[in-house]
Design a binder for this molecule. Structure first.
Ligand code: IVH
Length: 699
């Protein structure tokens, strides 16, 4: 049937047809933009759109804010695309006191093998309280921008970053061919106040602080919203650079400035610890009048050659540190003390407080650490307490104001059974040291719902499976509804839903789109790097660094699993774990406990049916020494032992303490003795420190 001509329609018919077309076009927009799966041809789509526009032209009263013709450009995609960082975006270690700064400088000297008198210069600059971002310029043109994400992969915010007036689309001068600029996106106090006033007048939710406002504005799916949000930027670091423009941190920042990038004017080079601390004071004294939030001062070793030598530990550079401003304090009342049960069964007491503002943030919880902490400070429900908040750290209780203690309070009695599952909660005894652990743990690992939920939260968390849409709230909901009990259940959810076993749609907060997005996010994670997978399992003592160590050593999950399952003390399997550098007996024991447990083994089998493991992303540069086992002996002249070891690991070599048939290389310095003789006897290649240095540089 031929559709009725627009010209012949009555206003009522037009309204009905307009609504029908609006729904149909939106549906096709969804297929096209969000699912990349159009179901009609472009010509058919255009015909529908023309008819829609013709209706609005003839009946202008149909044009409203909701009208499709009022939405400019393409519909924003539901999610940001991901960008892998070519060099990881790291975080910084924190220090709080002047003494800590002296220690930091001493540590740097020691690592480099410098004498006390050896002068090292550092840059000192404000630590901006915003969110970090990596901008990639090629031949001087801005081509992409990404948020930090998990440090290895961030969100593609190129369109949004292009709306920032301070960020040049084209660099001035002779910028390197490839330049990744890193820095902080932030919002000034003035702009923040204005934005919140606008939000209020529009009846929208207010932002808690400028950092949240900056993050919320940058992570807008529609870049047009970002245009209306006044964001700013300071450049302070870099990722990949095809040609270094200078040999020092300060020199590179000068070059950035010359390219037209904003660099913080309070950046100074300090060549003694006294000068660093003096500059800290200067910055702190200006904090209130800067017009934007800063939460400390960052010190970075100035010569880049030394930065390279110092390298990284885990996710933070050895050559930089954040000196945080003193924590902010406030007084409030403890309304209750609750016991939380963690992923590994640890019972953690948490104080529920009368809400109070500390440094611009509303605080209503504080950690009480453990039962000893409570009894030592005799903290009671009803007490007036002084709380302290430093940076993003969970607020802590510093002191109890005994003069305000009501006479009715009683000492807090810490439970000896798990408040969630009723299993006994015990404090383990370290047999070797004969000391009792400060942490009391629930022993019902396999039956405790709290532990199961926390394990699932960890599994879905950012540095593990990173499943968008499965946040803490959703996990709790799904668990309580009996839809997800183990990690494998996450991946069978869609299929069960299809068979109408779960019917997520129309449950709390779930519409058609959110259910589809959830399944999409889950399916996107069916492939995962092995190190992330190991970390996601939530094994005690296996953080990201240990997970990487295990992935690097075993390469294959089955190898790890079979070895660990049999790795009781004094077995050959245990010896295979013990040789991994950085993995001690506590970790080995935890691995054995986990993999030898039949329930875990079944859960792992079920999970491995759903996901495919990929090799670990190589962060370290490959070199002529990668994969080799090396032993250092004798005196090293250019490197300290610690440095040599760190360098070897960075280039993918393994460092062993003694010479064996498995040794590939012996690096021998003056004074080498028995190890040299052993290596000669075994026919192992022996090289000098210089030669070692050369080989680490060869790809
Ligand atoms: S340098 C490898 N400099 O602080 C060193 N970071 O706590 C990378 N930040 O993720 C960071 N101001 O978001 C550096 N002047 C500054 C900074 C700064 C703020 C942030 C950055 C980083 C976080 C670490």
């Amino acid at each position: 049937m031929k559709p009725q001509s627009v010209d012949q329609m009555s206003p009522i018919e037009a309204r009905i047809e307009h609504a029908r077309l609006s729904e149909e076009l939106s549906k096709h927009d969804q297929y096209y933009y969000q699912e990349d799966a159009p179901v009609i041809s472009d010509a058919q789509y255009d015909a529908l759109r023309q008819r829609y526009e013709a209706l609005e032209k003839k009946f202008p009263e149909l044009v409203t804010d909701q009208s499709l013709t009022q939405k400019v450009g393409s519909t924003p995609s539901e999610k940001f695309a991901k960008i892998k960082h070519s060099a990881p975006m790291l975080s910084l270690g924190n220090v709080f006191t002047n003494e800590d700064v002296w220690d930091f400088v001493a540590r740097v000297r020691r690592f480099l093998g410098f004498a006390q008198s050896h002068k090292i210069c550092f840059t000192a600059e404000p630590k901006i309280d915003g969110l970090s971002c990596s901008l990639r310029y090629e031949r001087g043109v801005l081509i992409s921008a990404a948020t930090r994400g998990d440090g290895f992969e961030g969100e593609d915010v190129t369109a949004n970053i292009q709306t920032l007036k301070e960020i040049p689309r084209q660099l001035a001068g002779a910028a390197p061919e490839i330049l990744e600029v890193r820095g902080e996106v932030y919002m000034t106090h003035e702009d923040f106040d204005r934005l919140n006033q606008r939000q209020q007048s529009l009846g929208k939710a207010l932002f808690a602080n400028p950092r949240n406002a900056a993050a919320g504005s940058l992570r807008q799916l529609d870049a047009k919203v970002t245009t209306t949000r006044p964001l700013r930027f300071f450049a302070y670091a870099w990722g990949v650079i095809s040609k270094m423009p200078a040999a020092t941190q300060a020199g590179v920042l000068d070059a950035f400035r010359a390219y037209g990038l904003p660099v913080n004017p309070l950046t100074r080079v300090c060549c003694s610890t006294e000068e660093m601390l003096e500059h800290f004071q200067i910055i702190e004294s200006q904090r209130a009048t800067l017009g934007y939030d800063i939460d400390g001062v960052v010190y970075k070793v100035d010569p880049i050659e030394l930065q390279t030598r110092l390298g990284f530990v885990s996710r933070a550079p050895r050559w930089a540190v954040a000196h945080k401003f003193p924590a902010e304090q406030a007084t409030t009342i403890i309304r209750d003390i609750e016991i939380q049960v963690g992923r590994t069964g640890a019972l953690t007491p948490v104080a529920r407080l009368a809400p109070v503002t500390v440094g611009g943030v509303i605080v209503s919880n504080a950690t009480l650490h453990n039962e000893e902490e409570i009894s030592r400070k005799d903290i009671r429900v009803g007490d007036t307490v002084i709380i302290q908040r430093a940076g993003d750290v969970i607020p802590q209780i510093i002191d109890v104001d005994l003069s305000k203690r009501p006479t009715t309070t009683k000492p807090f009695i810490f439970p000896h059974v798990c408040p969630r599952c009723g299993s006994a909660a015990l404090r383990e005894i370290d047999e070797k040291k004969g000391v009792t652990d400060v942490v009391r743990r629930c022993t019902g690992s396999l039956v405790c719902p709290a532990q199961a939920i926390e394990r699932l939260k960890h599994f879905c968390s950012r540095n593990a499976f990173d499943i968008e849409g499965l946040g803490d709230k959703q996990i709790e909901y799904f668990y309580h509804e009996g839809l997800i009990e183990t990690a494998a259940d996450i991946f069978t959810l869609e299929e069960r839903d299809r068979k109408s076993l779960t019917k997520i749609k129309n449950r709390e907060g779930f519409g058609e789109t959110s259910v589809r997005n959830l399944f999409q996010a889950i399916n996107a994670r069916r492939k995962i790097e092995i190190n992330r997978f190991i970390y996601a399992l939530g094994i005690r003592h296996i953080g990201e660094t240990n997970a990487r160590r295990l992935a690097r050593h075993f390469i294959d999950l089955e190898a790890l699993r079979q070895t660990a399952a049999l790795a009781k003390a004094d077995t050959p399997q245990r010896a295979r774990i013990d040789i991994i550098d950085g993995v001690g007996p506590v970790v080995a024991e935890a691995l054995h406990d986990f993999f030898a447990e039949p329930h875990n083994s079944r859960a792992l089998d079920a999970l491995l049916k759903e996901v495919n493991l990929e090799p670990m992303l190589a962060v370290a540069t490959t070199s002529a020494v990668s994969g080799k086992t090396v032993v250092f002996t004798g005196a090293l002249e250019k490197l300290t032992r610690e440095e040599a070891k760190a360098q070897a690991e960075r280039f993918g070599a393994k460092v062993a303490g003694s010479v064996s048939k498995k040794t590939d290389l012996l690096v021998a310095g003056p004074g080498a003795g028995s190890k040299l003789a052993a290596a000669q006897a075994l026919g192992i290649e022996i090289i000098s420190e210089d030669e070692w240095f050369k080989r680490t540089q060869q790809n």
